[in-house]
Design a protein around this ligand. Structure first.
Ligand code: AMP
Ligand code: ZN
Length: 141
């Protein structure tokens, strides 16, 4: 896709600080890193989001993810690592070419805050169980 900024990085028409490349994926430094070593992993083929990925494309992405995560771990010795992937503007997606953020974490005051605001009362186990039934029915279709 000619208008897509990440496709342009794949094609080499705009610069990217590439850290990994194989036949199917590339990984490069985020231009506005939230922590030291913030990397983006993308498929070379333009796919907007997780819903559009083929099984093979997803497998190729996840095949590369541990390699990159381990390189970041060895290089920076972070305290933890978040893999984050946004789909849709409501979920925080701003570039519409699938990308997985690999974000090394250092301390509570680094650039990322991930918080689960669990509403236990809204999802008692019988509700959760019904949700599971409905989801798995779709997966068997
Ligand atoms: P998201 O909000 O999940 O869509 O994340 C998009 C990410 O892409 C942000 O973290 C941006 O800083 C990053 N980004 C945007 N343009 C570039 C670029 N040209 N090179 C590297 N990273 C970029
Ligand atoms: Zn693209």
């Amino acid at each position: 896709m000619t208008s897509c900024i990440f496709c342009k990085i794949v094609e080499g028409t705009i610069p990217g600080e590439k850290v990994y490349e194989d036949d199917h994926v590339i990984a490069f430094m985020d231009i506005m890193p939230v922590t030291k070593g913030h990397v983006l992993l993308i498929p070379k083929t333009h796919r907007e989001n997780v819903y559009e990925l083929t099984e093979e494309e997803a497998a190729n992405l996840f095949k590369a993810a541990p390699k990159i995560a381990n390189a970041l771990k060895e290089e920076f010795q972070p305290s933890g690592m978040n893999l984050l992937q946004n789909n849709g503007s409501f979920a925080g997606q701003s570039v519409y070419h699938f990308h997985m953020h690999l974000i090394p974490r250092y301390d509570k005051t680094d650039g990322l805050k991930v918080e689960f605001n669990t509403k236990v009362e809204q999802f008692p186990m019988d509700v959760v169980s019904e949700l599971a039934t409905n989801i798995s029915r779709r997966l068997q279709e």
